[in-house]
Design a protein around this ligand. Structure first.
Ligand code: GDP
Ligand code: IMO
Ligand code: MG
Length: 428
């Protein structure tokens, strides 16, 4: 009864969608446990390229049951739109389960997300403006509205009325924005509730029963380790627990149930939005990575910041997530470069840091210490075995594996499902 957590080891967009799609067929359930439609996971399934924001990437397999767990925040409009899109593409959404306890993203959350970013000016986080932070804020303040509330108009109206008393004051008096009425939101949201009500269930109980009857579960993380609210580069983070521990909280299964944790790790690093990024490249090499790697945000279309592989954050991701395996993605992209660098430590004011500095100020100013490797300067996207790779690529992978201290069990050499080298990853 394997339960496997798959998550991002860096700042998101590591290729979680591709690897989820690659291994999902081995599992009975694929579960999103945190985040919302700030995520953008690309899945190339046959001749179809899909961008999924709210729904787990396992949905394309007819035998897999996709689950949106209690730790997620759900924008019903986006969810229903994504269900429609999937049906139009020929995929059934009948099996989708949504936790009764997942929180609902309301229109005022999106307004407040945009308004607080404008107020931050140059210090902005660079959020996706999907209302994620304000929705989790309400959850923590215990004034959030949950999926189960959508099922009872009376309760929904009562909770909305209470929430709007405060939200309308903030919208109008602090941000000079338009207020909302209960009727206005009900008119928009209740028809969505009608569409999704049959999917809303106690997913925690269902998942525990499933594990009890030898079913297998894949937890699909969103965002990445360094965007985790507790363990990331705060305040330049998202508002949920993207690390492995989040999988238990965000789904309602116990930590003893998790067997393996697979860290999806890009062969270089990207970041969207603000915040420290020691290995960032603002030169031609950075531009090459953007172009060759197609590094444009799936959710917002923003150009992703690109930089060299950072072994300090990789080691950190191994530690805070208890990674048992790594899937190294986009190795093919590095084939465009003459030389490749790996950051093995940072330097700041004469001191060398081999682990993440305790002070974020140090991380902001840290200078990477690099080890340089010759590039392989060829297309490796056809390689299907580790031994097919040029020796320079094998040396690079071996070096990253040695630094991380856990096996690189999967290597992705292209966006398609079959552009993958399976090394030590088992079939379940
Ligand atoms: P996610 O958010 O972690 O699922 O990642 P995104 O979908 O936002 O971004 C990853 C991008 O890289 C997508 O366009 C994928 O199709 C693409 N991709 C994934 N793995 C590989 C790979 O090994 N090589 C190349 N060239 N592209 C890849
Ligand atoms: P996937 O799942 C990359 C970033 C935003 C911003 C910060 C906070 O596709 O890897 P938020 O809207 O969550 O409050 O924004 O987090 N961010 C992501 N960056 N990939 C993502 O998701 C992201 N989701 C949020 O750019 O810096
Ligand atoms: Mg993404």
């Amino acid at each position: 009864m394997p339960a496997v957590v798959l998550l991002g080891s860096q700042w998101g967009d590591e290729g979680k969608g591709k690897i989820t799609d690659l291994i999902a067929n081995d599992f009975d359930y694929v579960v999103r446990y945190q985040g919302g439609n700030n995520a953008g996971h690309t899945v190339i399934h046959g001749d179809k390229k899909l961008a999924l924001h709210a729904i787990p990437s396992g949905i394309m397999y007819p035998e897999v049951i996709p689950v949106i767990g209690n730790g997620c925040v759900v924008d019903p409009k986006v969810l229903v739109g994504e269900m429609d899109m999937l049906r139009e593409e020929g995929f059934s959404t009948e099996r989708l389960l949504i936790s009764n306890n997942a929180h609902v993203i309301m229109p005022y959350h999106c307004d407040l997300d945009g308004a607080s970013e404008r107020r931050l000016g140059n210090n902005l986080i660079g959020t996706t403006k999907r209302g994620i932070g304000p929705c989790y804020q309400d959850k923590a303040a215990r004034i959030g509205i949950r999926m189960q509330d959508l099922l009872d108009e009376h309760i929904f109206r009562k909770k909305l009325e209470a929430a709007l008393q405060e939200k309308n004051d903030i919208l109008t008096k602090i941000y000079s924005l338009q207020p909302y009425t209960v009727d206005q939101i009900c008119e928009e949201y209740l028809p969505f509730a009608e569409v999704i009500k049959s999917h809303i269930v106690d997913t925690s109980h269902i998942l525990n029963e499933a594990l009890g009857s030898s079913k297998s579960i894949l937890f699909e993380g969103a965002q990445g380790t360094l965007l985790d609210l507790d363990h990331g580069t705060y305040p330049f983070v998202t508002s949920s627990s993207c690390t492995a521990g989040g999988a238990t909280i965000g789904s309602g299964i116990g930590p003893t149930k998790i067997d393996r944790v697979l860290g999806i790790t890009k062969a270089y690093v990207t970041r969207v939005g603000s915040g420290p990024f020691p290995t960032e490249l603002s030169d031609e090499i950075g531009k090459t990575l953007t172009t060759v790697g197609g590094e444009y945000g799936v959710t917002t279309g923003r150009v992703r910041r690109c930089g060299w592989y950072d072994a300090v954050i990789a080691k950190y991701a191994v530690e805070v997530n208890g990674l048992t395996d790594i899937a190294l993605t986009k190795l093919d992209v590095l084939g465009a470069l003459d030389t490749i660098k790996v950051c093995i430590a940072y330097e700041y004011e004469g001191e060398v840091y081999k682990t993440l500095p305790t002070s974020q100020t140090v991380l902001h100013h840290a200078k990477p210490i690099y080890q340089e490797f010759p590039g392989w300067k060829c297309d490796i996207s056809h390689c299907r075995s580790f031994f097919d790779l040029p020796h320079e690529a094998k040396d690079y992978v071996d070096f990253l594996e040695e630094l991380a201290g856990v096996p690189i069990s999967i290597i992705a050499v292209g966006p398609d499902r079959d552009q993958t080298i399976m090394r030590h990853w088992p079939s379940f």
